[in-house]
Design a protein around this ligand. Structure first.
Ligand code: GRF
Length: 204
């Protein structure tokens, strides 16, 4: 997993799929002292910090991080509040095996401050997306989405608090589906990710 901050999504995975349908084998952070790191250590998951300043450039940092993740035999890379972009070479090494959780109904409001963008636009329906990561910003194929009507919301904090439980159930569901090999691109439209009907029970 890649993190930069609080790590509530990491915690949700530690509390649900970890040691059951999947194993969290490593947690890398772009930020030293990110609270997420303590959550991983608490459960005995190896952690490492890959700070930008310690590498000649972004690609060197990505390379070092990919090496470490592959040494730990990671098959899926989960971005959970990871605040950096990943370059093509990293994504090629984890082909169709990098996922991200984003607090909007993509393609609306990609990038930073998604909830603030949605409030400024005046939407009445918010939501969460889990998607495969490509080289763009929150632009890869959608795996799971869930919407929430909040017609009276005004404050980012109240929207975030309302979306948290959605994130914390959608991300583990996506990891379970990946672990069960239940995700595949539609041959007629590779942007559309088809969920194996036999795995429907996996989503909780
Ligand atoms: C989440 O809101 C996620 O959607 C976004 O970054 C936040 C990470 O939160 N990509 P946490 O560090 O998992 O608590």
């Amino acid at each position: 997993m890649l993190v930069s901050g609080t790590g509530t999504n990491l915690q949700a995975l530690l509390d649900t799929v970890h040691g059951r349908e999947a194993e969290i084998v490593a947690v890398a952070s772009s930020v030293a002292h990110a609270p997420a790191l303590a959550r991983a250590r608490e459960r005995g998951v190896p952690t490492r910090v890959f700070a930008r300043a310690e590498h000649p450039d972004r690609h060197a940092r990505d390379r070092a991080m990919a090496d470490w993740l592959q040494q730990r035999a990671a098959r899926l890379v989960v971005l959970a509040g990871y605040m950096e972009l990943l370059g093509e070479p990293f994504l090629e090494r984890f082909d169709r095996a990098v996922v991200n959780v984003h607090p909007s109904l993509l393609p609306a409001f990609p990038g930073l401050r998604a909830i603030e963008q949605a409030l400024a636009y005046g939407v009445k329906v918010f939501g969460v997306t889990v998607h495969f990561v490509d080289a763009g910003v929150d632009s890869g194929p959608v795996i799971l989405q869930r919407a929430l009507e909040l017609p009276a919301a005004r404050e980012p904090r109240e929207v975030l608090d309302a979306l948290r439980p959605l994130e914390h159930s959608l991300l583990p569901d996506a990891v379970r589906l990946f672990a069960a090999h239940a995700l595949a691109p539609d041959p007629h439209n590779p942007r559309r990710i088809v969920i194996d009907p036999g795995a429907a029970a996996i989503q909780q």
